[in-house]
Design a protein around this ligand. Structure first.
Ligand code: KIV
Length: 282
């Protein structure tokens, strides 16, 4: 017997509201469509509820829960000491605090270099914590891992050029590969199935060539204007650290100066008895 479809059976039920998708999450397909249409993709790091909500409110496409959390929130000189537990903690917060952003979890140093089984286990943990994809650094050598993650249903964003987890090999923030090597790595990552590729500190002309050649979205940081999109670290672009001033960085706010002035005023007012005043008292 054919079931009669009435208005009632078609209407979404109240407890299904989580699936009504009032605020549709950006998907990988959305990102790829944007790149194909020539609309630039924006990505910013986020680690906590307020940074995630700000990134979402600004209409940014992707929140990267970056291992840059090591330098921004943990006060370290590099990202090497960041652990999976740190990354899962921040990924869960960003997931819980947003409704629309595509969330990419950055696999920290040591979480995918030891063996493939451990890497798959760690990538799965990212998706369970709320990420929709993971990012990992490296060229042709990570191809088999990317294929395995892809087959397991885990989308991967690649990362070439300066790869901060290899800072001890490159002796600082520099790219130690030639144009041909970068191009080969980019092709390998594309063949392995990455859905997008971060290019860090890659000379503009090479980033342009890679973008044209591989046909998947490239997201640049210090890689010039010809990539499919750009990524910046939240704290760097908002000016939390006035001492960090690489050439590629544009500061869109002067958070340090604004916050410092506010904190000084607060101290003065507490000491002078102006705060709390009648308006702030019960
Ligand atoms: O960890 C991070 O924030 C990153 C971006 C700089 C791409 O990897």
């Amino acid at each position: 017997m054919t079931r009669r479809v009435t208005a009632q059976t078609k209407a979404p039920r109240r407890h299904d509201s989580g699936r009504l998708n009032m605020h549709k999450r950006t998907t990988i397909r959305d990102i790829q469509k944007k790149a194909a249409e020539g609309t630039k993709i924006s990505m910013v790091t986020a680690y906590d509820a307020y940074s995630a909500r700000l990134v979402e409110a600004a209409g940014i496409d992707i929140a990267l829960v970056g291992d840059s959390v090591g330098t921004t929130l943990q006060g370290r000189h590099d990202t090497l000491a960041v652990e999976m537990t740190d990354m899962l903690y921040h990924t869960e917060i960003v997931g819980r605090s947003t409704e629309r952003l595509l969330i990419v979890g950055d696999m920290p140093f040591g979480s995918y270099q030891v063996n493939e089984d451990e890497a798959v286990h760690n990538a799965v943990a990212f998706l369970k914590a709320g990420a929709h994809a993971v990012k990992l650094e490296g060229g042709a050598s990570v191809m088999p891992l990317i294929e395995r993650l892809h087959d397991a249903g885990i989308p991967v964003m690649g990362h070439l050029g300066y790869t901060p987890q290899s800072v001890n090999v490159t002796s600082g923030p520099r790219v130690n590969k030639s144009r041909d090597e970068l191009m080969e790595d980019a092709e390998s990552l594309k063949d392995a199935g990455v859905f997008a590729l971060v290019l860090e500190l890659v000379p503009s002309a090479i980033a342009q060539e890679i973008t044209k050649a591989i046909g998947i979205p490239t997201i640049g940081i210090g890689a010039g204007p010809h990539t499919s999109g750009q990524v910046l670290v939240f704290h760097d672009m908002l000016g939390f650290n006035p001492d960090f001033a690489p050439k590629f960085l544009k500061r869109y706010a002067t958070f340090y100066e604004t916050a410092l002035a506010a904190l000084k005023q607060y101290k003065t007012e507490v000491e002078g008895g102006q705060y709390p005043g009648p308006d702030q008292s019960y």
